[in-house]
Design a protein. Sequence first.
Length: 377
Amino acid sequence: MRRLAPAALLVAMGCAHPRPVPPITVQQSYGRFEPVVAYLQSQVDSAFPGATIAVGYGDSVVLLAAVGHYGADDKRPVTPGTIYDLASLTKVIGLTTAAMMLVDQGKLDLDAPVQRYVPAFQGANKDRVTIRHLLTHSSGMPAWRPLYAEAKTRDEALALVDTTALLRQPGDTFIYSDLGAMVLTQAVEAITGQRLNVFLASRLFGPLGMQSTRYLPPERWRERIAPTEKDTVFRHRLLRGEVHDENAGRLGGVSGHAGLFSTAPDLATFAHWFLRLRAIDSLNAREFTRRQGIPAGSSRALGWDTPSELSSAGTKMGPNAFGHTGFTGTSIWFDPDRNVFIILLTNRVNPTRANAKILQVRRRLADLVNDVLTPLQ
């Protein structure tokens, strides 16, 4: 039977015009969720300047709230529609979803060598690196290198990525690697013949109606975007509407490892869609969110992570939970068995990335949300 193309599948599932997220209003009471919002409020100007949260349960968004302000030097109150730099949520919302679509179409083979799609990916033992290795961060590639300082153009940066030597044998070691995500980005772009931002806009964000989600946000969005950090090593200015990650900046703002901007309501739309996909096992969603065991003991699924000790998922997610975090202070977690998702967007790197309090906030917040939801089930 012929498979539906991803965009057609979105329409067939009734997702081209998804159930709208509740209108953005100033709420006087959050009912059962008052302790959740109060806790977030208590972290303003400590863990982050401001934050937005969306919680989904069943077919509904049961909490949509905003606390704090835009930044250390911008005291305007944030709203649920404030736009945040997603950082590494880009890896799952964008890159992993694109890979999932291409696997479903038979255009990307998880166990094929990366060199089939990216011939420039050369070096000792790189012929053994597969797409699955890239998605599980087990390729043996280093975590990072300062491409922003080593290269002057996107092409030069990607050439450095493709010729970076492996640190470990493929499949042997977990190394969370931005470089690996950059290689996978090239594979997706080679298959589709499009830059990743163009593909995602036309095949995912557009059909889902995610109108505040994109790479390279336009100038007219600027006032809605929470600032991140003053870049002191590359661009030498406060970043607002420019990707925080320096290497993504060198890649022109478009990469699979970072670069997406979005809002809590848009990500709630994505989350509802993704949970429905997983429920009917469409687009390989269950396989992509299942622990792969590569290497043995790793918590990683395909692109996605699963709960582990001291995880940002907290201590009360179910056995099939999956999610991801972003360096700027973002996170998304799903408990598919209960049809639950928790989205947290912050700019904890404003004014400085040295503030790491978000690590404890994510865990505490997840547990508080689950405490509220448990009596409802």
